[in-house]
Design a protein around this ligand. Structure first.
Ligand SMILES: Nc1ncnc2c1ncn2[C@@H]1O[C@H](COP(=O)(O)OP(=O)(O)OP(=O)(O)O)[C@@H](O)[C@H]1O
Ligand SMILES: [Zn+2]
Length: 673
């Protein structure tokens, strides 16, 4: 790549005349030396890269984990058809690099969460720009920028809406200062037993049935043994055990070549017939609800099945009645009259339109269920994949979810959806609009320039809204939330050899002896965490003699030290690596100087120590206790039976209630109308 040229050279003078007028002489001079990290080369990222290249940011590191997909081409204008399957970062850097030979772009094809992108790596940048599409990566970059004290511009778009938020440790709130709304959530009972809307059936197919058949084996048996020992309802456990065993039989059949042909029928029989009959036997459940109808494989196959419930056989407008703008601008399927006797005719009822937008008959759905189950089973049998999870761009999983959701909808008298609609709903697709991305990308550059100039009073949170008369609104920066568990921590960096340094040495080194000006907090009663794992607390020091490496605490991770006396704020120590030329005889870690001195807490609040049952001496990757550091602990109603399952459901926006008597909190539920 080319090295940056002097902005003021005659050759560059016309190229930069506009930029210089906006930037002023001081920043124009500095810009070629400015180092910027751009995370994400998707919809916003491509627009933003073009902007910063043309503005003349001298050193750009562009990072993205993904490859180019056909569906990106309608709005990610740095990519062409020939680039499909190539790295987004590499192609974007190549295309945009040609726009301005004075900038140096360093493309990285990787995940920003990888350990080599540690605090030291972040500290090389003058500003970080996020152009991401998920909360997890956004949170990660936010934390790294808070730890490294690097300014960050966060952004996002959804349809016509967009937002830009400049963030700087101690000057403004951070991305995590305000809890983010949880995705749309449904009570588990609605999903498992009493669906009433298409989305309930889609979530069931995607988050329950697909993982049960093709996901990890969760060993429900042990879970149920435990529940039985704890004296839980024996009849319910017996039913769940039967259910689990029936799933086990189908899972086994799917994985063996000799039985796979029958597996789709077995799966159908279980979930659309036996399970429905089981539910019907609980008469109380159906006093005020329309009971579901068990489905019959052969009758549907022959086109002879008679549906009891009057539900539209075709794709309907969305449940909320609002028309959603679509990526290709196509119209939705129209209501089709149902045939009088409710007997499903054979074949597709609506042959017109694009394949994905065609209404599927019950018979079509059965055929799609059988074929997609067979295709997924064949993938497991090749041995290349142990498990398969939902991906909206994976045709086999999308077909399976479409068919299974529609069959369930038929059983419950709920309208069915086209494959296109299922893709949108199951994939949480919000239409992306290139113009919105372009506007937001321009605003990101303006906020980044304020940060570089240190004109903090000019910084604004900017919102793009669907109001033609006032498309933009701005809000002054908010101060940090004093209770924030991310930006209110005191951050420090320790370079170390995790194979040599022990947890005890590390923590003692950070806390210091407490004497003298600028020293650490001294010997205190502390608990130590890595992410959600408790590594030690005042009554439990089994891990203190173990090396950080043996505790899986390595480069890129944080050790959080919480003062259990509630007197000092929390210290978060970011782990980096020792320099390449560091003498092997030197100490196993380089402590920060001066040692971190967290602020004294105004109001002592002694968090309860972690429950003894959660203590462990040999944590590994999968062995993660489900508790937050004391200062960041969330409301919980006690343990759930399967934390792993709970986590997966949470990710899908589902809340697992511990018992039928538990109530959902208002903030847990976002109604969809
Ligand atoms: N952890 C991560 N590390 C690096 N890049 C990431 C990470 N998470 C997301 N990204 C990238 O952020 C970009 C977000 O762009 P965008 O929102 O346009 O999504 P997309 O994947 O291109 O489009 P769509 O989701 O609509 O198919 C993507 O290119 C994605 O690969
Ligand atoms: Zn914060």
């Amino acid at each position: 790549m080319n090295s940056p040229g002097p902005v003021n050279s005659p050759k560059n003078s016309s190229r930069y005349s506009h930029a210089r007028a906006i930037l002023g002489p001081e920043l124009s001079k500095r810009l070629p030396e400015t180092r910027v990290l751009l995370v994400g080369a998707g919809g916003i990222g491509c627009e933003l890269l073009k902007n910063i290249v043309l503005t003349g940011f001298g050193h750009i590191t562009l990072l993205d984990l993904d490859t180019i997909d056909l569906s990106n081409l309608n709005r990610q204008f740095l990519f062409r058809k020939k680039d499909i399957k190539q790295s987004k970062a590499l192609v974007a850097a190549q295309t945009a690099g040609a726009f301005n030979p004075n900038v140096h772009i360093n493309p990285i094809h990787g995940n920003i969460k990888e350990p080599q992108f540690d605090i030291e790596w972040f500290q090389q940048f003058d500003v970080v720009l996020n152009a991401l599409d998920n909360l997890d990566a956004r949170r990660h970059v936010n934390k790294m920028c808070m730890a490294a004290q690097v300014p960050l511009v966060e952004s996002g778009t959804a349809g016509y809406l967009g937002q830009v938020q400049p963030l700087l440790k101690d000057r403004s709130e951070c991305f995590d200062c305000i809890p983010k709304p949880t995705p749309t959530s449904f009570p588990v009972c609605t999903i498992r037993s009493t669906p009433s809307q298409p989305i309930h059936c889609i979530v069931w197919a995607k988050s329950y049935l697909l993982p049960q058949l093709f996901g990890e084996d969760e060993n429900a048996g042990t879970e149920l043994d435990d529940a039985e020992k704890q004296g839980e309802n024996a009849q319910e456990i017996a039913t769940l055990r039967r259910e689990a065993q029936a799933f086990k039989a189908v899972r086994t059949a799917l994985r063996s070549e000799s039985t796979a042909a029958d597996a789709s029928r077995m799966a159908f029989q279980k979930v659309f017939n036996s399970d429905v009959l089981n539910l019907l036997s609980m008469a109380d459940m159906w006093r005020s609800r329309v009971p579901p109808q068990p489905l019959d494989f052969d009758a549907i196959k022959e086109g002879q099945f008679k549906l009891k419930h009057q539900a539209s056989n075709t794709a309907n407008p969305p449940a909320n009645g609002k028309s959603i703008p679509r990526k290709n601008g196509s119209a939705k399927g129209k209501h089709e009259p149902t045939n009088g006797n409710n007997v499903e005719p054979s074949g597709s009822q609506n042959g017109a339109g694009l394949k994905d937008q065609r209404a599927l008959s019950l018979q079509d759905n059965l055929a799609l269920f059988v074929s997609s189950t067979n295709r997924l089973a064949a993938r497991l049998q090749t041995g290349k994949e142990d498990t398969i999870s939902f991906d909206k761009d994976d045709d086999d999983t999308l077909d399976f979810v479409t068919a299974a959701a529609n069959l369930r909808s038929a059983a419950y008298g709920i309208e069915r959806k086209t494959r296109w609609e299922v893709k949108e709903m199951a994939g949480n697709i919000i239409p992306a609009i290139a113009t919105t991305n372009a506007i937001i990308s321009g605003l990101i550059v303006l906020q980044a320039l304020h940060l570089l100039r240190k004109s903090y009073s000019a910084l604004k949170n900017v919102h793009l809204q669907f109001k033609p008369t006032v498309p933009l609104s701005t809000i002054n920066m908010c101060p940090p939330n004093p209770k924030c568990g991310i930006c209110r921590d005191t951050y420090a960096k320790v370079l170390c050899d995790p194979f040599k340094v022990t947890l005890g040495e590390f923590v003692d080194g950070i806390l210091g002896d407490g004497e003298g000006e600028g020293q650490g907090t001294g010997k205190r009663e502390v608990s130590v965490y890595e992410d959600k794992r408790v590594l030690s607390d005042p009554d439990w020091d089994d891990n203190n003699a173990r090396t950080l490496e043996s505790l899986n605490v390595t480069r890129g991770k944080f050790l959080t030290i919480v003062d259990e006396e509630g007197e000092w704020g929390t210290i978060s120590v970011a782990l980096g690596v020792l320099p390449a030329d560091y003498p092997t005889s030197g100490p196993a870690f380089i402590l920060p100087s001066p040692l971190p001195k967290p602020p004294r807490q105004v109001r002592p609040s002694t968090p309860p120590p972690p429950a003894p049952s959660l203590k462990r001496s040999a944590p590994d990757d999968d062995d993660v206790s489900e508790i937050e550091p004391s200062s960041k602990r969330l409301k919980t109603n006690g343990d759930v039976t399967s934390p792993n399952k709970k986590r997966k459901l949470d990710e899908d926006g589902l809340i697992l209630l511990d018992s039928a008597n538990d109530k959902m909190l208002d903030e847990d539920v976002i109604e969809i109308d």
